[in-house]
Design a protein around this ligand. Structure first.
Ligand code: DQA
Length: 149
């Protein structure tokens, strides 16, 4: 049976392609989604790729994920730096979790240097542009495969 991965995207990521291109590039959210779905198909992974501007909705998705998904990849966007609720929900989800950021959050403004979720996830990828999304899918696939040997 194919592994199932939930890919969560936080606020304003729906505006990729038009927001701060110097940080996030020109790729649109839909193009990024298509690339991720293509890579998942190649790996025979079932990928659910979603975005929300609402913190509580992301918390609910994480809570429900334990019934259906083998792993979560999350770009919590601005909530990375503020949301104890998303952190707590991730801590409750006991399967592999990867944090992704398109930009390098450690060479930007001070307030972005603190991630509230880095220490409750399996690992993270940042500063690799949209390639980071593909790398995260490959890494998650390998992690889940190893766990299911
Ligand atoms: C981001 C970095 C965050 O600081 C920012 O609020 C975002 C995107 C990234 O992917 O680089 O919205 O998570």
């Amino acid at each position: 049976m194919a592994f199932k991965i939930l890919f969560l995207n936080g606020p304003n990521l729906n505006l990729l392609g038009e927001r701060e291109q110097s940080q996030y590039g020109v790729i649109t959210f839909n193009e990024l989604k298509k690339n991720c779905l293509r890579k998942s198909e190649e790996l025979d992974v079932k990928l659910e790729f979603v975005q929300s501007n609402i913190e509580g909705e992301i918390v609910t998705w994480i809570q429900k994920a334990k019934e259906t998904y083998d792993g979560i990849i999350i770009n919590a966007a601005a909530f990375t730096h503020t949301s104890v609720a998303i952190r707590d929900a991730l801590q409750i989800f006991k399967k592999p979790k990867i944090e992704v950021h398109i930009s390098n959050i450690y060479n930007r403004e001070e307030f972005r240097k603190k991630s509230l979720i880095s220490d409750v996830v399996t690992g993270g990828i940042f500063g690799m542009g949209s390639h980071g999304y593909i790398l995260a899918i490959i890494a998650m696939h390998k992690i889940i495969k190893n766990e299911n040997k």
